[in-house]
Design a protein around this ligand. Structure first.
Ligand code: ADP
Ligand code: MG
Ligand code: ZN
Length: 480
């Protein structure tokens, strides 16, 4: 029996992060009542003419650039004809040749531990269809066109992936990149990032690809992994039984974690692509391209290298890199107060959890990077203790109040005034002569008890380190 290996190529759909649809000015926000965000264009009324959304083109071009592809100066829209109740035009407006982007790549870690490059074939723009909603009670199907005309990009890979793990790694990395760039909001549960998986088997080392199955519309990383593993088992069994693998479109049943045939090659659509006569070519000028290039944030790899050089620990770094908008926020704070480690820890322990809890992106929080920088500075200069800082954080986060003003108003500043500390130290030594004697006799640990007494007397306002020093001074022990 020859050993077989999987060959996998992905077609990923990402909803572009625009306010309005691809060819009309209807809003893209999906959660409204059915058939509210519609007009004559996105419902395919005769005579209605599409007008291309410039923002969608910008976002698509930005994705192509970030993926290392070539943005085409001129690309075309075509009509992809098929009939389905949720497709009011009777065609999808998509890009066949040339698309907005050609080529590009994304690297993932291979099973062997080295980097593996996954080549991209193309990136094209297209509009989304509406939705059919089945009304169980009255046994009829209704059509909701709110989503019809929503802008998408489709990213098509070469068949370079070889396992479910690689496919999932690739998708997570792509999702991270596109959300970080704000090309898409990428909400999986809303279907804003979904993919078709093409998979076949071939003898190891053979240059000839096997017949593939295409699994449609997966919107969860876990489902992608499960669907691939199921297909590998199904196709392997066919090979072993000497039965042919049919070229098929399949559906993934996530309850049973298995795929089911939808249609075979013979039943496949003939899309009869032809140029969309209602739209002029899409132009991306060299000026726009240069401007987009400049606007690209640093790559994940360069940020990782930068954060490692700043001394951030891997888990702290992972936090900053995985949350959308976190690294931008961090960089802004760092520009004001250059203590990277302190800022990163405050973000990991306080700020990002607070954002998550209130479902805010970092940039939406009232607590701004300048507030974070201020808080970090107060702590690093010893004016504000960690305990006090953590105590007031939820109020700072909720109100966006100035950390300095709030700490002052609450009387939380550490007292570093020597005269005050000396008074407290003298009082404590007088009140606890036995402990003072023990300390002087060499029981070092007693010092923390005495410091604790000062903290009590000062209601937590004394700077503990300076309090210890004041005690030593009062007891006549010189600093070592
Ligand atoms: P179509 O448009 O008919 O789906 P494409 O040639 O555009 O076909 O390929 C779609 C995806 O399928 C691409 O990601 C490609 O890499 C992948 N693919 C093509 N042939 C195979 C194969 N034999 N096995 C696995 N994946 C394949
Ligand atoms: Mg396909
Ligand atoms: Zn519309």
């Amino acid at each position: 029996m020859t050993t077989l290996e999987p060959v996998i190529g992905l077609e990923v759909h990402a909803q572009l992060n625009t306010q309005t649809k691809l060819f009309c000015s209807c809003p893209t926000s999906g959660s409204a009542e059915p058939n509210v965000n519609i007009c004559e264009v996105c419902t395919g009324q005769p005579g209605a003419l599409p007008r291309l959304n410039a923002k969608a083109v910008e976002l698509a071009a930005k994705a192509v650039l970030a993926l290392g592809g070539q943005v085409q100066e001129r690309s075309l829209f075509s009509r992809k004809n098929y009939f389905y109740p949720d497709l009011p035009n009777g065609f999808q407006t998509s890009q066949l040749d040339p698309p907005v982007g050609l080529g590009g790549f994304l690297t993932i870690d291979s099973a062997a531990g080295s980097a593996k490059t996954i080549r991209l074939n193309r990136v094209h723009m297209e509009d989304d269809a509406g939705k059919c909603v089945h009304d169980e009670k009255r046994d009829r199907t209704l059509v909701d066109l709110n989503r019809a005309g929503t802008p998408l990009i489709e990213i098509v890979t070469e068949p370079d992936l070889s396992s479910s793990r690689e496919a999932v790694d690739f998708l997570k990395k792509l999702h991270g990149l596109l959300t970080r760039l704000e090309v898409t909001k990428g909400r999986l549960e809303e279907g804003e990032f979904r993919c078709d998986v093409n998979i076949s088997l071939k003898p190891v080392g053979s240059p000839i690809l096997g017949v593939r199955a295409e699994i449609k519309n997966l919107n969860s990383f876990r489902f992608v992994g499960q669907a691939i593993d199921y297909e590998i088992r199904r196709q392997t069994a066919l090979y072993e039984a000497n039965k042919p693998v049919e070229q098929q479109t399949r559906h993934f049943d996530h309850i049973k974690a298995e795929t089911r045939a939808l249609r075979s090659k013979e039943e496949a659509h003939d899309y009869r692509y032809f140029p969309q006569p209602d739209l002029p070519p899409v132009e991306v000028s060299p000026e726009l391209l240069a401007q987009l290039q400049k606007s690209l944030p640093p790559t994940l790899e360069s940020l990782q290298a930068r954060y490692a050089a700043l001394g951030l620990k891997p888990d702290v770094m992972a936090n900053l890199l995985s949350v959308v908008g976190a690294s931008v926020y961090f960089e802004e704070a760092l520009e004001i107060f250059p203590d990277a480690k302190r800022l990163a820890v405050l973000m990991t322990e306080l700020f990002l959890p607070a954002c998550r809890q209130s479902s805010l992106e970092p940039s939406q929080a009232l607590f701004k990077p300048s507030n974070l920088a201020k808080l970090a500075r107060l702590m690093s200069e010893g004016q504000l203790g960690k305990r006090a800082a953590y105590d007031i954080f939820s109020e700072l986060f909720a109100t966006g109040a100035d950390p300095q003003e709030l700490a002052e108003a609450k009387g939380l500043f550490l007292v570093s005034d020597n005269a005050a500390l000396k008074d407290w130290a003298q009082a404590v030594v007088a009140a606890h002569p036995a402990e003072a004697q023990k300390y002087l006799a060499g029981q070092e640990k007693i010092l923390s008890f005495l410091v604790g007494q000062i903290m009590r007397q000062s209601r937590g306002a004394a700077d503990p380190q300076l309090a210890a020093q004041a005690l030593k001074d009062v007891l006549g022990v010189s600093a070592a």
